[in-house]
Design a protein around this ligand. Structure first.
Ligand SMILES: *Cc1c(COP(=O)(O)O)cnc(C)c1O
Length: 222
């Protein structure tokens, strides 16, 4: 089941776009099934859940943190996380910097932008991002690296709206690339698109898509 789902999705994803299997709430047996099908990138949105899964699954998995991250939880994932998609404040980035230093590593991060019309979603706007990137505190950091941007579109069936929100994120990426990361190859990721909208995200320039329920089935939060 999981294997068939992954293969089906991969057949729609061009080779320059990477698929993250979003495995939040799912048991390690299902992640192992995805792993056995060749999947190596997994996305989780709770620090302790990611830590516990990391401890028991193969070591060549790339762990992507995609949820809202509290500063006091960074320590649980700092030793091994591949990419934190959800940097939405200088304060959080400072906490990641501190834990990166403790662990003797540089932690890759994306800036999360608020591109949806729902108030409940997290993320920066472009002015806040500029403020962060121009701060002396950010410029002095050595144990974090900003690799691109992430966003979530509005949860709606209006795909024109979703498309324009993704286009907006791509536009933000281009502005930041030109103003702060010109010639820096590491700044190249645009993380956008979930099960119902990842195809549109790819058309609008996504480099990373985060697909959960289409691989593992609907989540049960009860
Ligand atoms: C849960 C989640 C996803 C995956 O959502 P699906 O609709 O199950 O594909 C993607 N991105 C983020 C940030 C998520 O929290």
């Amino acid at each position: 089941m999981v294997k068939e789902n992954i293969l089906k999705i991969l057949s729609t994803v061009p080779s320059n776009v990477r698929l993250i299997a979003v495995s939040k709430t799912k048991p390690v047996e299902m992640l192992q099934e995805a792993y056995d099908a060749g999947q190596r990138l997994f996305g989780e949105n709770k620090a302790l859940e990611m830590r516990d899964k990391h401890a028991v699954l193969p070591t060549d998995i790339e762990w992507h943190f995609i949820g809202h991250l509290q500063t006091n939880k960074v320590k649980y994932i700092a030793p091994f996380v591949s990419l934190i998609h959800s940097i939405d404040s200088l304060q959080l980035l400072s906490a990641v910097e501190k834990e990166g230093k403790k662990n003797g590593r540089v932690i890759d991060c994306l800036l999360q932008f608020h591109i949806a019309s729902e108030e409940t979603k997290f993320g920066l706007d472009i002015d806040e991002a500029r403020h962060l990137l121009e701060s002396e505190e950010f410029k002095s950091m050595c144990n974090v690296r900003i690799c691109g941007v992430m966003g979530m579109a509005t949860n709606t069936d209006n795909m024109d709206k979703v498309r324009s929100e993704f286009a907006n994120l791509k536009n933000i990426f281009t502005l930041l690339k030109n103003d702060y990361f010109k010639g820096q190859d590491c700044f190249r990721e645009i993380s956008m698109g979930m099960s119902h909208d990842y195809r549109i995200a790819i058309e609008e320039g996504a480099t990373l898509v985060r697909v959960g329920s289409s691989i593992f089935g609907a989540r049960n939060y009860a």
